[in-house]
Design a protein. Structure first.
Length: 364
């Protein structure tokens, strides 16, 4: 049985539709991250799952039960929001026990749930402290503790880390992932941060303007983005895009950029001269020897210690490369870059859809 099933879910505020038919199946124990730019409809979708927002059209099942009109408190769901409000006059213990006490659970059960949550979240030393005596990350963990003391079938998180500083976010990311690995609960996690999505998810669902663009395992989406939007959204620094046209010469397929240089592609081109965008990830460039390769005009050199980032242009398009080794390059100079044809992505200029070139080994 699926833990959650969305079928053609739509949401309209008045005459404005903000979700245009969302289909999604989530398996029990799965950690699904909904990611997309601000305003694409992530929170609205999560609030509909929680029952805090009504459904304009479509069907929503939780654990096999149709819940379209079931009130929020009957859905057996826990939700953590971006702004988590702890009770300031209650200790960590009081805050975490609050829900189970309200639900009049037996004392021994409350104590067990409290201790399980406190152990999972590493809050054992802070049980008697008040929220004002805790750091931002600790408060966030208490908010999470309040959520996991519930025996919920589904946990919903809406950008829970966005109020934390960068270092804490990285730490909490790992903690939430570890928590999921130990509890094996079903989680739907919303974020606009593609790094959070890549690092935490079993499965990423990329949303854009009220639609799902693509859904799949993080590296599957990274390596095989279905379109230009997903290609550009996942990965930091972003994939570079070069306008080009593709053509076949002898047995090889090439993309020619505006300055006339050619990039070898892996496969066979069906249509000569088709307008495309060539996508290359920053880590896929290598420095060419001699006169071979694409001329890259160096703009900015950013040594990070572990890597060297170069920002510049190829055929007037902005290109970002990352090298694991140290690179000596002068701004304004030209260096030549190679790319393995296997790692060149090709997108249709007009539709943005990925073009899959037929491989020579495939029979026509
Ligand atoms: P996200 O969480 O991805 O940033 P939201 O789900 O909050 O996006 O919003 C999606 C769209 O719906 C936005 O264009 C937003 O302006 C609109 N929206 C959200 N809530 C309301 C509302 N109560 N009334 C009208 N429009 C709304
Ligand atoms: Mg939101």
């Amino acid at each position: 049985m699926t833990a959650l099933k969305l079928q053609n879910i739509r949401k309209a505020y008045g005459s404005i539709e903000v979700l245009h038919g969302i289909d999604l199946d989530v398996e029990p124990g799965e950690f699904v991250v909904l990611v997309g730019p601000s305003g694409c409809g992530k929170s609205t979708l999560l609030r509909m799952i929680a029952g805090l927002e009504n459904i304009s059209d479509g069907d929503l099942w939780i654990g096999g039960q149709l819940v379209n009109t079931l009130p929020a408190q009957k859905r057996n769901i826990s939700m953590v929001f971006q702004s988590y409000a702890l009770f300031p006059h209650m200790t960590v213990r009081g805050n975490i026990e609050f829900g189970p006490r309200i639900r009049r659970e037996p004392g021994a059960q409350i104590e067990k749930r409290l201790m399980d949550a406190v152990t999972a979240l590493n809050l054992g030393d802070y049980l008697d402290r008040y929220p004002r005596q805790l750091s931002g990350g600790q408060r966030q963990r208490v908010a999470m503790g309040r959520t996991i003391v519930r025996d919920s079938s589904l946990f919903l998180f809406d950008e829970p880390l966005s109020n934390l500083d960068a270092k804490l976010r990285v730490q909490m990311r790992a903690e939430i992932k570890a928590l999921h690995q130990s509890l094996r609960s079903t989680i739907i996690y919303v974020t606009h941060d593609q790094v959070e999505a890549m690092t935490m998810a079993d499965r990423i669902v990329v949303m854009n303007s009220g639609r799902i663009e693509q859904s799949g395992a993080p590296l599957e989406l990274y390596d095989h983005p279905a379109n230009r939007f997903v290609a550009g959204f996942l990965g930091s620094p972003a994939m570079s895009m070069l306008p080009a046209s593709i053509y076949q010469e002898n047995d090889k397929c090439w993309a020619q950029v505006s300055s006339g240089e050619k990039i070898a592609l892996s496969g066979v081109c069906a249509e000569q001269g088709r307008k495309v965008d060539i996508g290359i990830r920053p880590e896929q460039f290598t420095i060419a020897q001699g006169e071979a390769g694409l001329p890259f005009i160096v703009g900015v050199v950013e040594p990070t210690g572990a890597e060297t980032h170069l920002v510049g242009t190829i055929a007037q398009s902005k290109v970002h490369c990352v090298f694991r080794e140290r690179v000596q390059a002068m701004p304004g100079s030209t260096i030549r870059l190679n790319v393995d044809p296997q790692h060149v992505h090709v997108f249709d200029t007009e539709t943005g859809h990925r073009i899959r070139l037929r491989q020579a080994t495939e029979v026509a």
